[in-house]
Design a protein around this ligand. Sequence first.
Ligand SMILES: C[S@@+](CC[C@H](N)C(=O)[O-])C[C@H]1O[C@@H](n2cnc3c(N)ncnc32)[C@H](O)[C@@H]1O
Length: 257
Amino acid sequence: MSASNLEPGAGNDRFNAEAATWDSNPFVRARSLEAWKAIQARVPALFGADSAQAKPDVLDIGCGTGLLSLEVAPFANRLVAIDAAEGMIRVLSSKLESPSTPQNIHPLAILLEDPEDERLPPADEAAPHGPRLKYDLIISNLVLHHIKDVKSVLTTMFGCLKQGGVVALTDFEDFGPEAKRFHPEAKMAGVEHHGIGREWMAGLMKKVGFKDFKVEVEWEHPKLVEKYPGEFKNGKPAAGQGDLMTFTYVLCFGRRE
Ligand SMILES: C[S@@+](CC[C@H](N)C(=O)[O-])C[C@H]1O[C@@H](n2cnc3c(N)ncnc32)[C@H](O)[C@@H]1O
């Protein structure tokens, strides 16, 4: 059974269709940069100035076109970037053809449900069917709200971490009924939660076994939202349409002991 409710269909169709134009939305780019700033501030030791320190192995789940992966990769040893939508991974792969992009990114079109999934890179290249690589850091930006069974995905993430490894997951906050306005009516397919509730998420992280878990608001960002459901044709505002609304964003941190 799928943990994320992203079976071929609703969510995948939407993200495959949007992949080619994903990066042209300045709002999307700005959110990735905010996420990167928040992650660096939360786990400075992983991105320390000490050049003798080993660089972290990083897993980006729901990487999309790699906007966040490409920011993190220069500071990482290996960065495995996965997304359930093949269209997104195709866009990321085409970016990686340029020699000026970091060459330590390993893109994969998979819906991750098992930390030992053989499509993930092995811990030891000499043992390709042996245990899979484990990570110092797992990141995931604006993905959790698309996942129906968040506890199940957190359990998979937990299984992908090294001992002492951490997750730093960013998404918009469920601050009440108005949070539903984040998505225009035309983009509701595949939306499972209208943001991430802080207490709800902390409770799930505790159940899964994370230590030192914290779910905190890290930044806020204005977004043009529909005045009424369906105002934006194809989800895109025309001139003069919409209300400007401020959304808060959380970072969900937890450590595997
Ligand atoms: C809103 S987009 C965010 C993309 C990217 N992180 C960004 O910030 O630009 C959500 C992405 O998560 C992917 N996704 C959702 N659930 C997933 C899962 N369980 N495994 C892999 N990808 C998933 C979708 O295919 C989609 O590309």
